[in-house]
Design a protein around this ligand. Structure first.
Ligand code: SF4
Length: 373
């Protein structure tokens, strides 16, 4: 393929077409993050990006010519099979068209670092080349968004930017500082409100476990306050996993940061939810989250969502440990899965054998989680 793409995108953008505007992360200093470690940030020129989009357009035309040769005017399964057989390098574009060719995600970690006029030009060019595109989204750091004016954000909206995904992580300033996030809660609020004022959809990510065992209450409370003020369209819940290669690891080894356990994560999540009065969607679409069922439309689903957390916390300790282990091993997806006797028994056998071998379950779960992406 004659165009460049990066490796990272939000889970719900898996079916989008990726257009790479910058490489890696311009900040790259967050203590808990190792996604772009040892990778240097660089900008791409507008010309390079336009050439990528033209190459994607050319790929689209080739795929559609395969479709025509089969008497189709769109990409069907038969067309996909033909592309797979004769031009596998076109498969990504073919799949994108098969799924409707509607969504585009701009990469990598912070396209809002680009000058507004350039970003608007690129988005307009994408829409011009691919009239089927309905949604264009990107990651944007709070600090970069704060450098825009609302008018400039409106210009992006008019060009076709639909949504900004932003890593808020926490609303508690001492933690933002400790984790070297490079932003304050006040800046999170400023950036979030500006994005909303410009009419762009906003998705904020929060990180359970960000305060470790020491600051979970402060983290939950201040994050709820900041997010209630912003009231983003989406709040996506993520869970901190201390990856061995992340700079946070040294603080864990020295005991300065104690990783939160699953019961603590659930209590933190409940405290956050009880104090968050947003009106958007809560989404929990990540394998590292203990309770995937924590999602819904607020405020109407809040009681049900808090009920999910309470269901976990009200289980007897051994059953909580069973669910925690089964979830982390990938055997359970939802709380109700533990009602399957065979599955429950399978997890219980592992749990009892770990105990017999003198393993600390909390440590085992934490280590296991650190192996996930
Ligand atoms: S801004 Fe995002 S991608 Fe960059 S280091 Fe921080 S968490 Fe990682």
């Amino acid at each position: 393929m004659n165009f460049e793409q990066g490796p990272i995108r939000p889970p719900n953008e898996a079916e989008s077409l990726f257009v790479r505007l910058t490489r890696n992360c311009p900040w790259n200093k967050c203590l808990f993050c190792n996604i772009y470690k040892n990778k240097t940030f660089s900008r791409r020129t507008v010309e390079e990006i336009r050439n990528d989009i033209l190459a994607m357009k050319e790929a689209e035309e080739k795929v559609l010519s395969y479709a025509l040769s089969l008497g189709e005017d769109e990409v069907t399964r038969e067309v996909l099979q033909m592309v797979y057989n004769y031009a596998p390098d076109l498969l990504q574009i073919a799949f994108w068209l098969f799924r409707g060719g509607k969504n585009v995600f701009l990469q990598d970690a912070d396209c809002m670092i680009m000058p507004p006029e350039q970003l608007a030009e690129i988005i307009s060019f994408i829409k011009e080349q691919f009239p089927s595109v309905k949604r264009v989204t990107t990651y944007g750091r709070t600090k970069s968004i704060c450098k825009y004016t609302v008018e400039q954000l409106k210009m992006l909206k008019e060009a076709g930017l639909s949504r900004i995904h932003s890593g808020l992580e926490s609303g508690y300033d001492p933690l933002l500082k400790f984790m070297n996030k490079g932003v304050t809660a006040e800046e999170h609020i400023q950036a979030g409100l500006m994005v909303k004022e410009a009419g762009i959809s906003l998705c904020e990510y929060i990180l359970l476990g960000f305060g470790g065992k020491r600051y979970w209450r402060e983290h939950a409370m201040d994050t709820a306050i900041v997010l209630s003020t912003i009231d983003p369209h989406f709040v996506r819940i993520r869970t901190l996993a201390a990856r061995r290669e992340s700079p946070l690891q040294a603080y864990i080894e020295s005991g300065e940061f104690q990783v939160q356990n699953d019961d603590g994560l659930a209590m933190e999540e409940r405290l956050f939810l009880q104090n968050f009065d947003g009106t958007g969607f809560i989404v929990s679409d990540h394998i590292l989250n203990l309770l995937e069922e924590v999602q819904g439309q607020l405020p109407k689903d809040m009681e049900k969502i808090i009920g999910v957390v309470n269901s976990y916390l009200s289980l007897p300790p051994d059953e909580r440990a069973n669910f925690s282990l089964g979830r982390r091993l990938g055997l359970y997806r939802f709380l109700k899965d533990r009602n399957d006797p065979a599955l429950f028994h399978q997890v219980e056998e592992v749990r009892l054998s770990l105990i017999k071998r003198g393993k600390d379950l909390e440590e085992f779960v934490s280590e296991y989680m650190s192996n996930y992406l």
